[in-house]
Ligand binder design. Structure first.
Ligand code: DX5
Ligand code: ZN
Length: 223
């Protein structure tokens, strides 16, 4: 089943616990947490301390997306904070395979993310050793950006590559996912759909997540 992962980057930061509870009640599958260091991306967000506090507010898995340089320095801290999945960027990881092994040794699912301009070939050799591949469909750093249309063929290509090499790997898509494009992104092969502004900016989480779920589960009509 396809999964919906609200990104709390666009939530009301003064009420993060309540916001997480609200999207959980509205039917979210995962909580996507964007960690930014002001170096790899031109923005700063949260660290392991806050994640550890938020861990007490929900039973949903924490899908932690590290947009940071030298992620190997922080795997232990994010594991201890209660991450269920940790995704690192291939562009920020010199020894990517070693970092993936570090994550998995903690019993945590390991993900690798690619910026829009990074070719899929860069991760093909390590696909059998990861649990999820995250394809960025905006340039990382900010919520509320527009989906880069040229990424749809990349998503389809990523799915094809996964099915050929390591079919158990989940394909996650992050950036600019809305009610208007979620179906075409899912049809291209995404298993996990991250959505920040389109959920937290909607004013009605059950309605928005419900509408997304309906699109993702509707049977295909053949004529
Ligand atoms: C961008 C982050 C995304 C972002 C998605 O750097 O990785 O997770 O929050 O937000 P929307 O859905 O608003 O593009
Ligand atoms: Zn993200």
């Amino acid at each position: 089943m396809k999964q919906i992962a609200p990104s709390i980057l666009s939530a009301d930061g003064s009420r993060l616990g309540e916001e997480i509870a609200a999207v959980e009640a509205a039917g979210a599958d995962l909580i996507h947490i964007d960690v930014m260091d002001g170096h790899f991306v031109p923005n700063l967000t949260i660290g392991p301390g806050l994640i550890a506090s938020l861990r007490k507010t929900t039973r949903l898995p924490f899908d932690v997306h590290l947009m940071i340089e030298n992620p190997e320095r922080y795997i232990d801290a994010f594991a201890k904070a209660g991450s269920d999945r940790i995704t690192v960027h291939t562009e920020a990881s010199i020894h990517l395979h070693r970092i993936i092994s570090m994550i998995r040794e903690k019993g945590i699912r390991a993900g690798v993310s690619l910026n829009p301009a990074t070719p899929l070939a860069q991760v093909e050799p390590i696909l059998p050793d990861i649990d999820l591949l995250l394809v960025m469909t905006v340039n990382p750093g900010f919520g509320g950006q527009k989906f880069i249309g040229g990424m749809l063929p990349k998503i389809a290509q990523a799915k094809k590559m996964i099915m050929a090499v390591a079919p158990e790997v989940f394909l996650e898509v992050d950036g600019g996912v809305t009610l208007k494009n979620i179906l075409s992104i899912a049809d291209a092969g995404a298993d996990i759909l991250v959505a920040g502004a389109s959920i937290f900016g909607s004013g009605n989480y059950p309605e928005t997540i419900g509408a997304m779920r309906a699109l993702l589960t509707a049977p295909t009509v053949s004529v």
